[in-house]
Design a protein around this ligand. Structure first.
Ligand code: C5P
Length: 229
C-alpha cells in the first residue's frame, strides 16, 4: 500500500485539524499541524518581548529562531496532539486569543516561513502523513498525493471555534472570534510569501453543512483508491 502525503489547506477554523486527525487515526498516519508551528514561534516571540505594541522586532526574531526547538506528539487513540517549545508542553498556550491575534503577522515573515517549511518537509518526507495548514498543497508539498481545500461560512466557523475554546475553558466572545478569523484570513490570503490559495489540483470541500462522518465518507474512497494506485 502506498503511503500517501495528504495536504489539507483552507481558511481559519474550517475544521481542518479535526478532519485531518480523524483521517490520520483511521489510516494510521502521522498528523502534522503546521499552524501549531507558527503559533509556537509566535508564543516564543511574545514571551521574549520580541513582539511589543510597536510591532515585531524582526532582527531579534531572526536571530532567535535557532533557539526555538519545536517538537510534537500525536496520539491516534485520543486524537490529542501536543506541541512542545524547547521541551515545554505549550499546547494550551499556543491556542490563546493573544497568540491567535499575533500569529498571522509573524507567519508573513519570509525567514519564519523558510524555517517552518523546512521542518514540515522533514517531518513529512516519509509519507503516511496528513498535514493541515495554508500552503501545504501549494508550497510545502506541491507533489502531495491528495490535496483538499476546505471552506465553510464565516458564521459557522466562528461558532465552531467559540464552542471549541469554551470546551477548553478559554473565554472569548463570538464577535471577537469572528473578527480574529476574518483578520487572519485577510492577512493569510493577501501576504506576499506563500499566500493562502487553492492549489490548482486541490479538491474543494465546503463542510458548512456536513458532519464529520459525512466528511469521512466523502474522503474515504478517494484515499483508498490512491493507496492502491
Ligand atoms: O491553523 P491555525 O489556525 O492554527 O494557524 C494559525 C496561523 O498560522 C494562520 O492564521 C496563519 O497565519 C499561519 N499559518 C500559515 N501557514 C500554515 C499554517 C498556518 O501561515 N501552513
Amino acid at each position: 500500500m502506498k503511503k500517501l502525503i495528504i495536504a489539507i489547506d483552507g481558511y481559519s477554523s474550517c475544521g481542518k485539524s479535526t478532519f485531518a486527525k480523524h483521517i490520520a487515526a483511521r489510516y494510521h498516519y502521522l498528523y502534522i499541524d503546521s499552524g501549531a508551528m507558527y503559533r509556537t514561534v509566535t508564543l516564543y516571540a511574545l514571551q521574549q518581548g520580541i513582539i511589543t505594541e510597536q510591532g515585531i522586532d524582526e532582527e531579534k526574531l531572526k536571530s532567535s529562531l535557532e533557539h526555538i526547538d519545536i517538537s510534537f506528539t500525536f496520539d491516534p487513540a485520543t486524537l490529542q496532539s501536543i506541541h512542545f517549545l524547547n521541551g515545554e508542553n505549550v499546547e494550551e498556550k499556543i491556542r490563546s486569543i493573544e497568540v491567535s491575534q499575533h500569529v498571522s503577522p509573524v507567519s508573513k515573515l519570509k525567514f519564519v516561513r523558510e524555517k517552518m517549511v523546512a521542518l514540515q518537509r522533514e517531518a513529512g518526507k516519509e509519507g503516511g502523513i496528513v498535514m493541515d495548514g495554508r500552503d501545504i498543497g501549494t508550497v510545502v508539498f506541491p507533489e502531495a498525493d491528495l490535496k483538499i481545500f476546505m471552506t465553510a461560512s464565516p458564521e459557522i466557523r466562528a461558532r465552531r471555534r467559540y464552542l471549541e475554546l469554551k470546551e477548553k475553558g478559554i473565554e472569548a466572545s463570538l464577535e471577537e472570534i469572528k473578527k480574529n478569523l476574518m483578520e487572519r484570513d485577510l492577512i493569510d490570503s493577501t501576504r506576499e510569501e506563500s499566500p493562502l490559495r487553492q492549489a490548482s489540483d486541490a479538491i474543494v470541500l465546503d463542510n458548512s453543512h456536513m458532519t464529520l462522518e459525512q466528511q469521512m465518507e466523502w474522503i474515504d474512497p478517494l484515499i483508498r483508491k490512491l493507496m492502491q494506485s
